[in-house]
Design a protein around this ligand. Sequence first.
Ligand code: HAM
Length: 421
Amino acid sequence: MTINIPRGTQDILPGTVEKWQYIENVAREICNQYQYKEIRTPIFEHTELFERGVGDTTDIVQKEMYTFQDRGERSLTLRPEGTAGTVRSFVQHKMFGQANQPVKLFYNGPMFRYERPQAGRFRQFVQFGVEAIGSDDPVIDAEVISLAMELYKRVGLNELKLVLNSLGDTDSRVAHKEALIAHFKPRINEFCSDCQIRLEKNPLRILDCKKDRDHELMASAPSLADYLNEESKAYFEKVQHYLSLMGIEFELDPNLVRGLDYYNHTAFEIMSSAKGFGAITTLCGGGRYNGLIEDLGGPSAPGIGFALSIERLLSALDAEKIELPVSGTLDCYFISMGDKAKDKTVELAFKARQQGLSAEMDTLRRKMKAQMKSADRLKAKHVAILGENELEAGTITVKHLESGSQEIINIDGLIDYLKQS
Ligand code: HAM
């Protein structure tokens, strides 16, 4: 019996992995240009980190975490997202004391959520994300958003929609929370058991309940936008001002609340508007989380970031029919006839590799014709053919596959010849 991979996971095979590498390289290059430094945190963390960080009334914590006990009976969880671990690390390593502030970090790695798998939704997926911790200047909100947009632009995506909202500061949120409680409380027994718990703990979550979304009280619920105080409004306007300076278009959506508890002020999502894109159109999500650092035992420090999955980015590329320029390079395929010639091509191929060229040769003892086919299939730039006669004469035939032109050159000059052409 064969064993297949678990539901909601995927193997990324040669032929596809090059696309991932390409995207990840572009992401790294942009992070360097924006001065975000890479951080790598563990794949699993103490469960409590996500309960406190992401929020214990969220779907992620209540329904989607891969939580297990290790042999020492600690409760550990495969990370469902990257922000909590990054902030934990920021606090643990006292990065708030570093000379360089704000601390600008990026990560790229697997995340795990026990969700119902469908197009664009996996149980293991790779998030590229950034976190800027230590600045409450709205210009950094715009910078973070522009970084995500820049990545999409550089891989060629055009059909994107950036949606923004402000969740306001603590005072605004407290006022809104009270209004929500007053709105739902008299009829909360008509709602699901999750919502009944949410009412006291985090009534905002009621608004994205999937079971009760058609209840009449949902549409008439008080909107956060009406509870933003002057400071929060001014902050949000500045974010929009800086985005406009950067030439980034956006739409405002007062209903954008995001599915994690740590957000305040700026919240944003980037969607694909390409025709034929699946039901889940959100490519990227992020926002400000000014209370999270303190909640996780650090000093009071502001933070903002986003995460996007490479899987959804690839789906968006497919929907827009964009091919990434990822053809592999094989500089030379070596073909030999006879044992002595084979010895020489083994030497030459290894030397070519040491000199930074990519080289391949036959290891299945195939006939020359089959070797030629192999070179074609691998899209080799050159084929170097060595027979016994040529070996004796100290020469080798080099064929340029694309043009079909070929010449006989001195065998000692081969590596330089390949390097120069
Ligand atoms: P999130 O909205 O839960 O936010 O996820 C961010 C992105 O991760 C989504 O927009 C989507 O691209 C991708 N994603 C999420 N779940 C899946 C899935 N099951 N399969 C494929 N892709 C998925 C966060 O995770 C926050 N930590 C973002 C953030 C960083 N906020 C501030 N800093």
